[in-house]
Design a protein around this ligand. Structure first.
Ligand code: EZ4
Ligand code: CO
Length: 402
């Protein structure tokens, strides 16, 4: 089998996506997600200008060799642009291999370790009352685990709570939207949120919270302690991802489980955290970790240290990424949970998907390959639109972590 053509498809059905489609001389095709929110065209160029020409004529079955060729062969290793580009190709190649084997991808990985994939979704409110109500709605929809975010009194919309928190970027903003942040106001308010959610909804629901990289280690330790009463499933991204040693301090002070890794892009970013067992869940996902080949390796490495998987799954990872994640989730022995924030209807029209959601659980489906495709003609109707993630400033104007 030989690769005959590689297409890089950029479309924007409500938000921007970069998709790699690989064609072969045997008529099999495969697709992979290569979306990097807010920097989409950098990945598209990396693929179009640098990687795609090197794929023509290669045997698509040699997935490992192609992965190593692009990872080691770049010399300039790692980084989100490089790894998203490799992921797009790698995911498309696994799609082709599973189709050639006439199997759903999870069968090729080793078969199902469970019947269904537990997911968590998002609930948010501008204040505690709204957030409590939003959790109730998600419970009624059947979700067993819910991430809860709340606006902070005295601050405009913060991460995870504004209208734009749904699609995770702003197609109508020519420049990044600017948010305002106060750690002291946040730290005082969030324990009140979880007190109210537990009072209203009881204990038979898993609750999660995302701090989105904003705290220092000692602040995160304080928050972890203050939230212990609520028995969170996890506290996510407590400190900026660069600050790995910071987790030692947090870990010494709290039994609240910790999750991190959505902005990591190689196994090296997670090595210290896993070896010292400083985290409980690793949030790396197919598209940002370098594809199925790399994420499978990371998941196996995590299993040695009792770290469970929790693939990032906000709307800016396309349904292709979710589909690939779900095959890994169904197989991986040390599975934790899968994030699922849902998709706008027009996104699901552009990416016909075999995966399904039922009563708070996802399943990748039984289609051969990873089960997600792209409708190229429909995608053409949604051309790329420049869009950015927000930035975040302290009340005095200092640029902070978003
Ligand atoms: O901000 O995917 O846990 N989920 C998150 C997401 C991220 C976006 C960034 O593109 O933190 O909402
Ligand atoms: Co997050």
């Amino acid at each position: 089998m030989k690769i005959t053509e590689v297409k890089i498809i950029v479309c924007s059905p409500g938000r921007n996506f970069v998709t790699v489609k690989i064609f072969t001389d045997e008529g099999l095709t495969g697709v992979g997600d290569a979306t990097l929110n807010g920097r989409e065209l950098a990945v598209a160029s990396y693929l179009q200008d640098h990687l795609a020409p090197l794929l023509i004529g290669r045997d698509p079955r040699r997935i490992e060799d192609i992965w190593q060729y692009f990872y080691k062969g770049a010399y300039w290793r790692r980084g989100p642009v490089t790894m998203a580009a490799i992921a797009g190709i790698d995911t498309a190649l696994w799609d082709i291999k599973a189709k050639a084997a006439n199997m759903p991808l999870y069968q090729l990985l080793g078969g199902a370790s469970r019947e269904k994939v537990l997911c968590y979704t998002h609930a948010q409110g501008r204040d505690i009352a709204e957030a409590v109500e939003a959790v109730g709605k998600r419970k009624e929809q059947g979700y067993k685990a819910i991430r809860v975010q709340v606006g902070i009194p005295g601050l405009p919309d913060v991460y995870g709570t504004g209208a734009k928190s749904v699609t995770n970027n702003a197609l109508d903003d020519a420049v990044p939207h600017e948010e305002t942040w106060s750690t002291s106001k946040y730290l005082r308010y969030v324990p009140e949120l979880f007190k109210a959610v537990r009072e209203a909804h009881g204990w038979d629901i898993e609750l999660l919270h995302d701090t989105h990289h904003r705290l220092t280690p000692i602040e995160a330790a304080r928050l972890g302690k203050d939230l212990e009463f609520a028995r969170l499933f996890w506290l996510e991204d407590a400190v900026a991802a660069e600050h790995q040693e910071g987790f030692r301090l947090i870990r010494k002070h709290t039994t609240t489980p910790l999750a991190v890794g959505e902005v990591f892009n190689t196994i090296w970013d997670a090595r210290l955290l896993m070896e010292e067992q400083l985290i409980d869940y690793i949030r790396m996902t197919t598209v940002h970790a370098g594809g199925v080949t790399a994420l499978r390796r990371i998941m196996d490495f995590a299993s040695v240290y009792n770290v469970r998987t929790a693939c990032h799954g906000a709307m800016d990872m396309s349904p292709i990424c979710l589909g690939a994640n779900l095959h890994l989730d169904l197989w991986v022995p040390n599975f934790g949970i899968q994030e699922y924030s849902g998709y706008l209807p027009q996104i699901l029209e552009v990416f016909p998907s075999a995966w399904s959601l039922s009563d708070g659980y996802l399943h990748p489906g039984e289609a051969v390959g990873h089960g997600v495709d792209i409708d190229e003609r429909l995608a053409e109707k949604y051309p790329y639109q420049r869009a950015y993630l927000p930035v975040n400033r302290l009340e005095d104007g200092t640029l902070w972590h978003w």
